[in-house]
Design a protein around this ligand. Structure first.
Ligand code: TYD
Length: 234
């Protein structure tokens, strides 16, 4: 499995079905980390860049398309996002919080669209040059409840049907069962209960990486290098 050289910063991805509350949890975590003096970059996929916003519009609100075209649009978005936003921020020692990353592609396109998890994973590891998160928070929720929480018109993916979303949820849970970078939380719990567990895990990851001091504003970034582990991947 190709992996990317380790960066001084920390990459945390939030994953899960539609309507599970990823953006709320991400925002609360960002505020907490910033209050402690960490440099935080909040971003998302698809659409974390100007080009990404165009790709997001095409894939979520554009013409119908086949599953391969869909997978490639998400891959293009991720490649550009990692090159221009995520990797530079990690190199500068920031904590990057991304609302979705490559596990969404494996779950939605690999299993949801039935393209095959392994093939999609290979493509989606190639696109960001093998960069994997240090921590992946899976907010798990019954898709019936998640889709019911949406307060606007559903996009192309949200309209894919309940069976699609059930497959996607199962795919996320199967990947998370590998352990490693994953933490699985019950998204039906109260927001502050979920947030407390997220903070605990991220604090542990920071301590483990010895990155705490290096990532504080004005501190010297720890430029240690090494291989990022491919834990959690088949
Ligand atoms: P998201 O931004 O989480 O939705 P919103 O903010 O509108 O609630 O994600 C957009 C949709 O794109 C979501 O249905 C999941 C899907 N998606 C994929 O199918 N593959 C991917 O690789 C990514 C990143 C997202």
């Amino acid at each position: 499995m190709t992996t990317a050289p380790r960066q001084p910063g920390l990459l945390v991805s939030f994953e899960g079905g539609d309507g599970v509350g990823k953006s709320t949890q991400l925002r609360l975590l960002a505020t907490w980390l910033e209050e402690q003096g960490h440099r935080v970059v909040r971003t998302r996929e698809p659409g974390g860049t100007t080009l990404g916003a165009e790709l997001r519009r095409a894939v979520l609100h554009g013409d119908e398309m086949g599953p391969r075209a869909e997978a490639l649009l998400y891959a293009a978005d991720r490649a550009h996002h990692v090159d221009t936003v995520v990797r530079p921020a990690l190199e500068a020692g920031a904590i990057v919080l991304t609302d979705r990353y490559l596990d969404s592609s494996v779950a939605y396109q690999g299993d949801g669209r039935a393209l095959g998890a392994e093939e999609v994973e290979r493509l989606h590891l190639w696109a960001p040059g093998g960069l994997l998160p240090d921590v992946t928070v899976l907010l798990d929720l019954d898709p019936v409840a998640g889709l019911a929480r949406l307060e606007r018109e559903p996009d192309r993916l949200e309209r894919a049907g309940l069976e699609f979303h059930v497959r996607t949820r199962e795919a996320f849970l199967a990947r998370a069962a590998e352990g490693g970078r994953w933490i699985v939380l019950d998204a039906s719990a109260a927001v502050d209960v979920v947030q407390a567990a997220v903070r605990e895990r991220v604090a542990a990851a920071l301590a483990e990486r010895g990155a705490d001091a290096g990532e504080r504003r004005g501190g010297d970034a720890d430029a240690s290098s090494g291989e990022r582990s491919a834990e959690g991947l088949p």
